[in-house]
Design a protein around this ligand. Sequence first.
Ligand code: 5GP
Ligand code: MN
Length: 331
Amino acid sequence: MRRDSYKKLGDAIKKAKRIAIVTHLNPDGDAMGSSLGLSLYLQKLKKEVKVIVPNATPQFLAWMPDTKRVLNFQTDEKKVRAYVDKADLLFVLDFNSFKRVERLGDYLREKDITKITIDHHQQPEALAKYYLWDVKACSTCELVYDLMKGMGHVRMLDKKIAACLYTGLMTDTGSFRFPSVNHHTHLIISDLLKTGMKHEDVHGAVYDTYSRDRMRLLGYALNKIQVLPDNKTAYIALSEAELKEFNYQRGDTEGMVNYPFGINGINFCALFMEWEGMVKISLRSKGKIDVNKIARAHYNGGGHINAAGGRSNISLEETVERFVNVVSQKS
Ligand code: 5GP
Ligand code: MN
């Protein structure tokens, strides 16, 4: 954990005029919530701010405030470069290795600009001058709230910022059920609710807006759950052909990896998705099983102790076969 003083962070913000905020590939609720929440806050401090994503925001987050201003490096690379080349502060949010944002990372790594990492993942790279890094934080949104509080600016929270931060807090904690949730989390929620933000609207916008195809894909995937009872493990593997059958859109498998926990006794879940020539892997665990370690060791990935991801460049079948071996070694 490294939490540089709010004085240092505040001074860096005060000095800056033009600020860029970048978040991770396949941005999720916490990535977008923390980036947009921070951006709205910094705009209230009269800064010029842009949020940059390595690839598109998924549809289930398109309702979030200010998403129309977000620059997508895949489709707006020129605009991203034009903006960042003249920026004087870069926030790196909800990830901690430039490898994680691929080509955008190669560009940002070389940029001679003050960088601040706000993140809660394991094993950060030394990529920034200042850090608000705490693996105990349930979400990066929690840390953005802490920054506002540390700066003496909780009163600057408004409904829009609150909706952004609530989104990340909610999605990264499985709607407040993971062990990362504590009294501090709920005190933050209390401050967010005081703005008049409607938590039921945020929940509905994120979770009750499935397309029919997405719901049908979920049903199909649940039918395909494989259980390894000796290893208390369950997994789902979906091929590209299967995904296409359900007209797969990015974001459609968000949260799917957690469903097998509903089976009594399961403490390790995995989701394998074949897409565009590789297999994307999501791992989730309960208790002491360290999936960050497993993702780093086998899947060129990383994350948290109980939630991590990565990828494999061999076939889906072989990836699953090797996974079954890894799991049997673990137990
Ligand atoms: P998900 O399974 O939802 O894609 O990701 C779970 C967690 O692991 C998230 O916190 C995410 O940031 C992290 N993660 C997912 N994929 C990767 C990856 O390829 N590399 C690293 N370092 N982290 C990942
Ligand atoms: Mn997060």
